[in-house]
Design a protein around this ligand. Structure first.
Ligand code: NAD
Length: 250
């Protein structure tokens, strides 16, 4: 048991920034080899520099998760490089804040394509690679506290994250017999590119609702991802682990 990832190959989407970048660094600290995928190429190079500084090997793949074939090709590249895939962290996500009655078809399509279909394509490609090689792999999907509670203006986002949680259960049921665990992480208020959380007035409204009394960091979320990816998380599957300082419970 333990949380070392020595030699394991971890594929992370949304790796150019925020939670994905923080998790790449955390996994690198524990000895993982990293596949860094994102559509933001400059950000990917920053993450590559961070993990290589820690001595980790990294394969950088510019990728748009909305399309199935590029995702499959990216997994094939990882397999060609290292011959295995142990961990898939399907983390890339976007939001499109707008009142429900103003939402366009395009608003729905954009958010669902990244947050739902992208997660599904990554999970499918990873699961096939793991099953073919008899690897008891780990798949982790990024949901949100907004899959459980919500606020005005978050129609496609909250809907997509609810779908991620249910998809996680479906995947856990179907992939469990292959020894693969599938879990979701539900971040709360985490300071990242998507959610800079710099406005003092907004912080003044949010922080009193967080029992731990502070905004979260990508490293806070990375710790939960590491638990689910490591031997310590071996008997956990189908759950959503909220990483929110307790925000959701009050
Ligand atoms: P972020 O914007 O810093 O990172 C998201 C990354 O996803 C970016 O690097 C972006 O380029 C990438 N991305 C977006 N669309 C993509 C696509 N089509 N293909 C490939 N990459 C794409 O934001 P973050 O906060 O680190 O978000 C990571 C995940 O955490 C998301 O799924 C988000 O919904 C979730 N989340 C974040 C918070 C928060 O407070 N920050 C809260 C709950 C959930």
């Amino acid at each position: 048991m333990g949380n070392r990832l020595d030699g394991r190959v971890a594929f992370i989407t949304g790796a150019a920034s925020g939670i994905g970048q923080g998790t790449a660094v955390r996994f690198a600290e524990e000895g993982a080899r990293l596949v860094l995928a994102d559509r933001n190429v400059d950000g990917l190079e920053s993450t590559r520099a961070m993990v290589e500084e820690l001595g980790a090997e990294a394969l950088v793949i510019p990728l748009d998760v909305r399309e199935r074939h590029p995702v499959e090709d990216a997994v094939a590249q990882a397999l060609a490089r290292w011959g295995r895939l142990d961990i898939m962290f399907a983390n890339a996500g976007i939001s499109s804040p707008k009142p429900f009655i103003d939402l366009t078809e395009e608003d729905w399509d954009q958010v669902l394509a990244v947050n739902v279909k992208g997660v599904a394509f990554c999970g499918q490609a990873a699961a096939r690679a793991m099953i073919d090689r008899k690897i008891p792999g780990r798949i982790i999907n990024t949901a949100s506290t907004y899959s459980e509670v919500t606020a005005p203006g978050s129609g496609p986002y909250s809907s997509s994250k609810g779908a991620v949680r249910m998809m996680t259960k479906v995947m856990a049921v179907e992939l469990g017999p292959h020894g693969i665990t599938v879990n979701a992480i539900g971040p709360g208020w985490i300071r990242t590119g998507m959610n800079p959380l710099t406005d003092p007035a907004r912080l003044g409204r949010i922080i009193p609702g967080i029992p731990l009394g502070r905004i979260g960091t990508p490293r806070d979320v990375a710790g939960a991802a590491l638990f689910l990816a490591s031997d310590d998380g071996a008997y956990v599957t189908g759950v959503t682990l909220f990483v929110d300082g307790g925000w959701i419970i009050q």
